[in-house]
Write a protein that binds this ligand. Structure first.
Ligand SMILES: [Zn+2]
Length: 487
């Protein structure tokens, strides 16, 4: 595909809507008691209900509804008082019933919005509950084409999903990326999903179309699937926008279809023509009664929502005065942010605290492929550590050297510094004594310095560092040495 020139790119505007499937972190499936544990033997977690046997009755998992309502609240969606489930018919071997139980015209969560950092409110059209399909395992080749046979694993069939559908309010791949990143933070803060795009616990499809700038009418959209990370999504959307501009500029029309993103080739390929809603022949599931959602329960859930990412961001920038960048990192990496919040109760140097967390500590965790919770560091110890540096009891070089032990040993920083003979000597009396001894042993140099040889100052500093094995507080040392040399 020829690269589209920047001039052409500005002639068109991209219109993007996102459909995000959030896998809810319940213990059991949406309509039966089977576990949704990952990694068990194929078809181990199945029963007549999720196998689609005739004559069985589904029963709604209340926890899944609770998680849906919580996420709805966080996305500013009114919760339906009356909701219902519908059958979405299509045929595929990973769908044992021949239909998927979903929600058509009465979703649990109605119109809401998610606000981006540029102030734009991306409207949420709806968020509805539905069950996941099973998984096909193709044998003999990657993917269906060329494989000798396919096996079906129905462990995933019936796993609860909340599909969050945005309006086509997004105008660039950057906005799309921020939208999904924010949504991922929200589900993690609510603890309703682990938000892992790579492992598929959050799956994202993008509806992409283009139109000449200034035109109101929407262009024909293509649905892009199979994007397994934020980076892949951004790239796939950019590539698709360019492809569509190429199609239109070449005098052709964009076709409504589903396209599969191929990470290896960096291209999207046509998968199938996209179905319209009426192709699915939706109708109310006669096995499930309409759902009257208790308003008092809904309010109770709203009142008990935990702190949300946007609230934490505001606290970090407003109350703690952290720069926007720091706040962004501490919000996204919730674990670091949680640590910051506890440690900040006993230390005033918030920027120092955030520097250590985002810098050396994050670096150490990355290098060792660990999470903060895998280490023995406590927020209290981190607060003491930052205080010791601020008080001059540890130089920053010493602190860096001490950090791995602080993370791995579970000992207090003071204990560790003492054991390593690191405790910085900041005590005036002790330093003066050491310095005086050096001056007494070098009377010629003292006389020369006092006679105008300023450069000898460095000699005395060097001697003092040697005598203290590098543990003298450099600032204190300079002050006291000046004082003593002036006589
Ligand atoms: Zn089951």
């Amino acid at each position: 595909m020829a690269t589209v020139s920047p001039e052409l790119m500005t002639k068109y505007e991209a219109v993007i809507g996102l459909e995000v499937h959030v896998q809810l972190k319940t213990n059991t499936k949406l309509f039966c008691g089977c576990s949704i544990r990952f990694g068990d033997e194929p078809n181990e977690n199945t029963c007549p209900i999720c196998l689609g046997m005739p004559g069985v009755l589904p029963v709604l998992n209340k926890k899944a509804l609770e998680y849906a309502v919580k996420l709805g609240h966080a996305l500013n969606c009114p919760i339906a008082e009356l909701s219902k489930f519908d059958r979405k018919q299509y045929f595929y071997p990973d769908l044992p019933k021949g239909y998927q139980i979903s929600q058509y015209d009465r979703p649990v969560c109605q119109e809401g919005y998610l606000e981006l950092s540029n102030g734009k409110k991306v409207r949420i059209e709806r968020a509805h509950l539905e069950e996941d399909a099973g998984k096909l395992v193709h044998s003999g080749a990657d993917g269906l084409a060329g494989s000798d046979y396919s096996l079906v694993d129905l462990n995933r069939a019936g796993t609860p999903l909340l599909e969050v559908v945005s309006m086509p309010d997004i105008r660039s791949s950057d906005e799309a990326q921020e939208y999904v990143s924010q949504l991922r933070s929200i589900v993690r803060y609510l603890d309703v999903c682990d938000g892992n795009l790579e492992e598929g616990s959050m799956r994202c499809d993008a509806n992409v179309s283009i139109r000449p700038r200034g035109q109101e009418e929407l262009g024909t959209k293509a649905e892009i699937k199979n994007m397994n990370s934020l980076k892949a999504m951004k790239r796939a959307i950019d590539v698709e926008i360019e492809r569509q501009i190429g199609v239109v500029e070449g005098g052709n029309k964009v076709v409504q279809e589903s396209r599969l993103w191929n990470e290896a080739t960096g291209k999207t390929i046509s998968m199938r023509s996209k179905e319209e809603a009426h192709d699915y022949r939706y109708f109310p599931d006669p096995d499930l009664r309409p759902l009257a959602i208790d308003a008092a329960w809904v309010k109770e859930l709203k009142d008990s929502l935990p702190e949300l990412p946007s609230q934490r961001y505001e606290k970090l920038t407003q109350t703690f005065g952290l720069p926007e960048y720091d706040a962004g990192v501490l919000v996204e990496f919730k674990e670091l942010g949680d640590f910051f919040m506890v440690a900040s109760e006993t230390v005033d140097n918030y920027k120092g605290l955030s520097n250590w967390l985002m810098g050396d500590i994050a670096g150490y965790l990355n290098a060792n492929k660990k999470l903060l919770e895998d280490t023995k560091l406590t927020p209290e110890h981190l607060a003491q550590f930052v205080k010791m540096i601020d008080d001059g009891a540890l130089s920053s070089a010493q602190a860096k050297k001490l950090l791995p032990d602080l993370l791995e040993s579970g000992e207090a920083p003071e204990t560790l510094a003492k054991a390593k003979g690191m405790a910085q000597i900041s005590d005036d009396g002790a330093l003066k004594e050491i310095l005086q001894k050096i001056l007494d042993e070098n009377p010629d140099n003292v006389a020369a310095y006092r006679g105008g040889k300023d450069k000898l100052f460095g000699f005395f500093v060097g001697q003092a560092m040697k005598a203290t094995q590098g543990n003298a507080n450099p600032q204190k040392l300079n002050e006291l040495l000046k004082e003593l040399l002036q006589g």
